[in-house]
Write a protein that binds this ligand. Sequence first.
Ligand code: GUN
Length: 284
Amino acid sequence: MTNLLLAKPLIEDTLPKLKDLCSQMSSPPKMRVILVGENQASVTYVKHKEKQCEKIGALFDLVKLPLDISRDDFLQEIEKLNSDNSIHGGFVQLPLPKHLSDIDTTELIAPEKDVDGFGVESFIGLIKNNYERGFIPCTPKGIMTLFETENIDLTGKKATVIGRSLIVGKPMALLLQNAGATVTMCHSRTRNLKEHTLSADIIISAVGKTKFLNADYFQKDQSQVLIDVGMNRDEENKLCGDIDFESVKDNVKAITPVPGGVGPMTVLSLMENLVLAKQRQEGK
Ligand code: GUN
């Protein structure tokens, strides 16, 4: 039988542990999120993050900025986030409106507060396989947690990552390599993608296209593990991933559903990073 890799049981198990850690601290960890405008998807993501903060007893501080905010005022908000000692972790919710979209906010957040793990210090950690200073980006971190919990051994396995973004594809490939997998990185220009999916033990798709991968891309002998990072809408406007779930689910060893798989794991990782940020800032 196919193993559904669900976030819910893992989250229910982990949140009380994080709550315990928070309650033992001198003060609760505090996260600040800067949101420009009211992009519907961003508002929804931010609400999820707020809810999880509440569940672990962390403070959540949302700074809502108008869509037409000036560059200077926007940059000043990041400065405030960085210099406020009562804030332990923070980030700018992406995407930004057009007039700000050339600003690389990932390099502006103080490294010790970079709970998204998008800054250069965090990347150096991935490259060195040393996570003492930076933070592991939340989506790849959540996927590694799923592998660990489900006892999916990565040593010597062939893993194919589709997507080369800084947020998912690149850090994912580094984490898999660090864990002993042999990694193939594919992307929109890859020729014969099927060759790379059919020959892998583990396939991670972070493409962002509805039903991008159907049953033809995978073995039918329940030997492969499929991780779907896609957050797309189908023809009925229902949330769906990159993989045509119905057509592959009986053929594979394990698969993450959308929704209920990778998405909530990302938010859980953010909570873990926030707690870690506070622990470090307390000198523990
Ligand atoms: N927009 C969509 N996902 C994310 C995320 O993980 N972090 C930030 N900062 N913005 C996002």
